[in-house]
Write a protein that binds this ligand. Structure first.
Ligand code: HEC
Length: 121
């Protein structure tokens, strides 16, 4: 086999691998986007709380992580009320989201971000 031929073959292999990787990436993206509550979170909450609920410092506003700390120990009703009414630097969402969407978001914080089942509190 000529060297040039080997080289071309290697390029083809790399190309196929890259194409497969690109497909795999696209698949996980659609899987994530297919969860409407995750999308709701990314659209309304991630700018402050971070994409995985890790929390952020925005200027002088310290946005808490949702994965741990107080949001993990507070009961569902407390999280629901905070999302509904906001307060302490967080805007209220009762004008833009339905009660059902807010309930879904509480569930998402528990299961998607804190990684546990429905709370028994
Ligand atoms: C403008 C930034 C901002 C946005 C947008 C925002 N938050 Fe917050 N959030 C905060 C801040 C700041 C706090 C801390 C409030 C406090 O200390 O009482 C907070 C607190 C919380 C808490 C904690 C309640 C508790 O009992 O500990 C939850 C849960 C929460 N946010 C969920 C959400 C969800 C869900 C969304 C999207 C629908 C959202 N937040 C959007 C800034 C934001």
């Amino acid at each position: 086999m000529h060297l040039a031929e080997t080289f071309r073959l290697a390029l083809a292999v790399i190309f196929v691998a890259l194409a497969a990787a690109a497909c795999a990436t696209r698949d996980t993206t659609t899987a994530k986007a297919a969860d409407p509550t995750r999308e709701l979170f990314q659209r309304n909450c991630a700018a402050c709380h971070g994409h995985e609920g890790e929390g952020r410092q925005i200027g002088t506003l310290k946005v808490p992580a949702l994965r741990e700390g107080r949001p993990a120990s507070d009961p569902d009703e407390r999280l629901f009320a905070q999302i509904q009414d906001g307060g302490n630097g967080m805007p209220p969402f009762k004008y833009s989201l339905t009660d059902e969407q807010i309930r879904d978001l509480v569930r998402f914080v528990r299961e998607g971000l804190q990684g546990r089942g429905p709370s028994r509190q």
